[in-house]
Design a protein around this ligand. Structure first.
Ligand code: UTP
Length: 225
């Protein structure tokens, strides 16, 4: 059996501006699937945030808003499934049991969110655990973890490695509302820690992902000590 790798793909990849980018990712996943089995988790992106803020302004409760985010991430997953054609399991699994079953097909699996109250990052960590992935790559719109927000601070410093405890203390002050989960959430960190999952946070581009899959240290690695 090929080794499995769990890859969270930032929702920003599924925007309306750039349909070519998703096709490049699909070609890459097909190519890389000769050496490992990608299990991909699609994020919700700006479209999810749009729906969430719209429904919040109409008074919807937070778990319903999370469900809206999950639905959009599943639509994003389906976009990638279409691009992967017969190389992909034909629909996004909706719970961990289904993910395991889909992974047993040997095809590339693409899923969206699974449970309210968490982000697709937590879902991706749970999926990495469930399918016994050898690594979890969190491919996002920044190229790693910084000591302050690189979009706001020019001198922000990137960590090559960050101890899980330090990352947790940085995340404690983060919002836990629908659409507001950030790079990682506490649930994701708990799962990574308990199952000692090799995890990297890195830029969502094909070259960076390829290097990471082949063992190069890209972005920021989360260390367990
Ligand atoms: P994300 O916030 O995880 O998507 O999911 P994203 O756009 O990829 O995030 P980035 O790229 O890390 O910025 C969208 C929303 O869907 C709900 C949450 O409300 C989340 O903010 N969601 C997603 C869940 O409730 N459960 C899940 O398992 C996944």
């Amino acid at each position: 059996m090929r080794k499995r790798i769990a890859i969270k793909l930032s929702g920003s990849l599924f925007g309306m501006e750039d349909t070519k980018r998703l096709k490049q990712f699909a070609e890459f996943f097909v190519r890389i699937s000769k050496i490992c089995q990608p299990i991909i988790i699609a994020g919700g992106g700006t479209i999810a945030r749009h729906y969430i803020s719209h429904a919040r302004s109409s008074g919807a409760d937070e778990s319903t808003l999370d469900e809206l985010g999950i639905e959009v991430s599943r639509l994003n997953a389906r976009l990638l499934i279409f691009a992967l054609q017969e190389k992909a399991y034909p629909h996004p699994p909706t719970n961990l049991k289904e993910v395991a079953h889909a992974a047993d097909s040997g095809l590339i699996v693409v899923t969206g969110g699974l449970h309210p109250g968490q982000s697709t990052n937590a879902t991706a960590a749970l999926i990495a655990e469930k399918v016994r992935a050898y690594a979890f790559l969190n491919a996002t719109d920044v190229d790693g973890v910084y000591d302050s927000d690189p979009k706001k601070h020019k001198n922000a410093k990137k960590f090559k490695k960050i101890p899980i405890k330090k990352l947790r203390s940085m995340l404690v002050h983060q919002d836990s509302i629908a659409g507001g989960y950030d790079l990682m959430d506490i649930v994701a960190l708990k799962v990574i820690e308990r199952s000692k999952i090799k995890t990297q946070i890195l830029k969502a581009d094909v070259k960076t992902l390829e290097k990471a899959i082949k063992g190069s240290p890209e972005g920021t690695e989360i260390t367990l000590t």
